[in-house]
Structures are given as structure tokens and as C-alpha cells.
Write a protein that binds this ligand. Structure first.
Ligand SMILES: [Cu+2]
Length: 65
């Protein structure tokens, strides 16, 4: 699953997003790309759960493609 995550502006942001996702049950791996503001997630996790988690953390998120 690929997401577009707004508001990621520096390494601190990507680290925060990465940490949020790592703590989320069902996430096998999460790759955060600052340049393209995208996050690629694999694992058994619901897209809406990811969107809600990151949006509430201050990073408005939507599903890519
Ligand atoms: Cu930042």
C-alpha cells in the first residue's frame, strides 16, 4: 500500500512517521520517502487505520494511486 503524506519536511518528520507506523500492529515494513512525501507499507493493516493514525499525528495522509 502506498500513501501520500503531507507535512513531512525533514528527517525528524520522517522519523516520527516511521515510529508511528512501526508501533502499529500488523505493519511488516514501512518505507518513508521524504523527497516524494510517500510511505510504502507492507503487512496486514487497514488503509483507513494508517490514514487516521498519521493524520491525527499531524501528517494528513491519503492513499496513493
Ligand atoms: Cu520535520
Amino acid at each position: 500500500m502506498k500513501f501520500i503524506v503531507e507535512n513531512m519536511k525533514c528527517g525528524g518528520c520522517t522519523a516520527a512517521v516511521q515510529a508511528k507506523l512501526a508501533a502499529l500492529e500488523g505493519v511488516a515494513s514501512a518505507t518513508v520517502d521524504l523527497a516524494t512525501k510517500t510511505v510504502e507499507i507492507s503487512g496486514a493493516v487497514d488503509a483507513d487505520t494508517v490514514i487516521e493514525l498519521l493524520t491525527e499525528a499531524g501528517y494528513p495522509t491519503e492513499l496513493a494511486d
